[in-house]
Design a protein around this ligand. Structure first.
Ligand code: ZN
Length: 139
């Protein structure tokens, strides 16, 4: 894979500078057996600096999760060297098992087998709260 172009794969673009590794970990990209390139601090007209992730394969990613990390991220699907699709993301209504509730009295701290579910309570400010105890998720 060259850094500039991929034939078949996914380009995750407009990631806020410094956030690429977070996204890499949340999406579990380290477990893929294909080439994944992370470009950091790329000059961008829109953001000043941005990060980009290129994945040398087409696969189904958790689009909601990417939207959760940053709804301004754009995802380009590349096939045979052509951009065939541009996905716009939005903040998901709920995220499950991505963030953990920090409240030690929360039922999820006591009952470890419960899923960690957070609900979007303020789209403007991107606030998520624990479904069980309403503790706000920290970013
Ligand atoms: Zn909680």
């Amino acid at each position: 894979m060259t850094i500039d172009s991929i034939k078949n794969g996914i380009v995750i673009d407009h990631i806020a500078a410094g956030k690429a590794m977070d996204l890499y970990q949340i999406l579990g990209l380290g477990e893929l057996d294909c080439t994944v390139a992370i470009l950091k601090n790329v000059v961008s007209a829109k953001l000043g600096r941005k990060d980009i992730i290129k994945i040398d394969r087409n696969l189904d990613l958790d689009w909601d999760l990417i939207g959760y990390v940053d709804p301004n991220i754009t995802v380009n699907i590349i096939r045979e060297g052509e951009q065939v699709e541009k996905r716009l993301l939005k903040l998901p209504e709920t995220v499950t098992n991505v963030i953990r509730c920090k409240n030690p009295r929360c039922i999820t701290s006591v009952e470890q087998e419960l899923p960690q579910v957070f609900k979007l309570t303020d789209r403007e400010k991107r606030v998520y709260r624990c479904l069980y105890c309403e503790t706000q998720a920290g970013r």
